[in-house]
Design a protein around this ligand. Structure first.
Ligand SMILES: [Zn+2]
Ligand SMILES: [Zn+2]
Length: 133
């Protein structure tokens, strides 16, 4: 899929800008609020549509979540995530698992591995500080 399929959109450009300046792996709702400051007449549908186009173009990675909202990451290089079980916050794990694991998994299953997603779950520093509730 080449970028020329979609005509350049100021909304999409702005979305990508916002995503590239945050490390928080925001939700679509958060991005909508930020973008609305610049484009007051923006609809939520526009944000969702542009996010899926960005994902299709490989410019954004979608972190799908079964139980909460999907989150978006402009860092499309392979990396793993930390997920807070209390507040749902997502951070980069800061370490990367070895590609050897992928090769081993491929050997064991006969799959051709095309991508990997590894999430660690736990309690983030903020939630740890706020005590057990
Ligand atoms: Zn937390
Ligand atoms: Zn990330």
């Amino acid at each position: 899929m080449s970028e020329s399929v979609y005509k350049t959109s100021k909304h999409r450009t702005a979305l990508l800008e916002i995503l590239r300046t945050t490390k928080t792996h925001p939700t679509a709702a958060w991005l909508y609020e930020r973008l609305k400051e610049r484009f007051p007449d923006l609809s939520q549908g526009t944000v969702y549509r542009n996010l899926s186009i960005l994902a299709e173009l490989g410019l954004v990675r979608v972190l799908r979540s079964g139980k909460t909202f999907d989150r978006f990451d402009a860092d499309v290089t392979p990396h793993d995530h930390m997920v807070c079980e209390r507040c749902g916050r997502v951070d980069d794990a800061g370490i990367s698992a070895t590609p050897a694991g992928e090769q081993e998994a491929a050997r064991a299953t006969g799959y051709l591995v095309t991508s990997r997603r590894l999430d660690y779950y736990g309690i983030c520093p903020d939630c740890q500080r706020s005590g057990d509730r």
